[in-house]
Design a protein around this ligand. Sequence first.
Ligand SMILES: [Zn+2]
Length: 77
Amino acid sequence: MQVDCPNCGKKVEWCDASKFRPFCSKQCQLIDLGEWANEEKTIPCGANKDQETTELPSIEDIEALLAEQPDHFFKED
Ligand SMILES: [Zn+2]
């Protein structure tokens, strides 16, 4: 009997020799486990823990950050 690896779709023999069945390899098993683990651990690394968005800062945000800097920080003259 053969099954398809849930991660890569490779044929896996369903027997004691296939230690990672239904996955074809330990790598595929870890990738699959890692994917759902990552979904549980979507904690932003920033200080603002209430903000769960992982979007990149917008142009407005960057401009606001730059505006907070002293003028000489980004002006060459
Ligand atoms: Zn696989």
